[in-house]
Design a protein around this ligand. Structure first.
Ligand code: GRF
Length: 201
């Protein structure tokens, strides 16, 4: 059976991408990275992907037509034979049309225990709310904001002396762990969806 081909979309640092790529390299993750794309040509994550010899591309958004932009991105993913799209700090909302082209085939990592604190600055939101436990979530992407069915979550305790930076760092360590775990699960295919619930088969 051929390996699942991942397409990574990123906008920045790319530490989640790096964790996935390392797990692919060392055989922990039985997938291949077929394509890395960024909406920011200068994204450090994209530079890293190039040094790893991965096939990369970027496309700066010039107009305001999100649907037209996403159509181009979807075409690039398809041209590169991508089976599953992994959002790894991709700072753009995807159009409904894009999402419908990869049904249950787009994953995202979010730095909170969804449905708490969707959207931007989730770690700041958690600190400001005063929760004692937050964490991270890997979920399928639907056309809402961080609202798709949840694959995996990991809790992280909020400490009294936490700043956004210290909390983010501990959450990030868990992100790097569960994102690969969720991708491995999707690659094995031993799950089913019952409404919003993703369950083992
Ligand atoms: C992570 O915190 C991720 O949860 C969020 O964006 C951040 C990306 O970080 N979606 P990195 O670029 O993977 O280092």
């Amino acid at each position: 059976m051929s390996k699942l081909r991942l397409g990574i979309l990123l906008s920045g640092r790319g530490s989640n991408f790096e964790a996935i790529a390392r797990n692919v390299q060392n055989g922990v993750l039985n997938c291949e990275i077929g394509f890395v794309f960024s909406n920011r040509p200068a994204a450090p994550g994209l530079a890293l992907a190039r040094t790893m010899g991965l096939h990369c591309d970027s496309l700066e958004m010039t107009g305001t037509d999100r649907a037209a932009y996403d159509t181009q991105v979807a075409a690039l993913l398809k041209k590169n034979g991508v089976d599953v799209v992994c959002l790894a700090g991709y700072m753009r909302l995807l159009s409904g049309h894009f999402v419908s082209q990869f049904p249950q085939r787009i994953l995202n990592i979010h730095p909170s225990l969804l449905p708490a604190f969707p959207g931007l600055d989730a770690q700041y939101q958690a600190l400001m709310h005063g929760v004692k436990v937050t964490g991270c979530t890997v979920h399928f992407v639907d056309d809402g904001l961080d609202s798709g069915p949840i694959l995996l979550q990991a809790p992280v305790a909020v400490l009294d002396d936490d700043s956004v930076e210290t909390l983010s760092q501990r959450i990030l360590a868990e992100e790097h762990r569960i994102y690969s775990e969720a991708i491995a699960w999707v690659a094995r295919g031993d799950y089913r969806l019952d409404g919003r619930r993703v369950m083992k088969t």
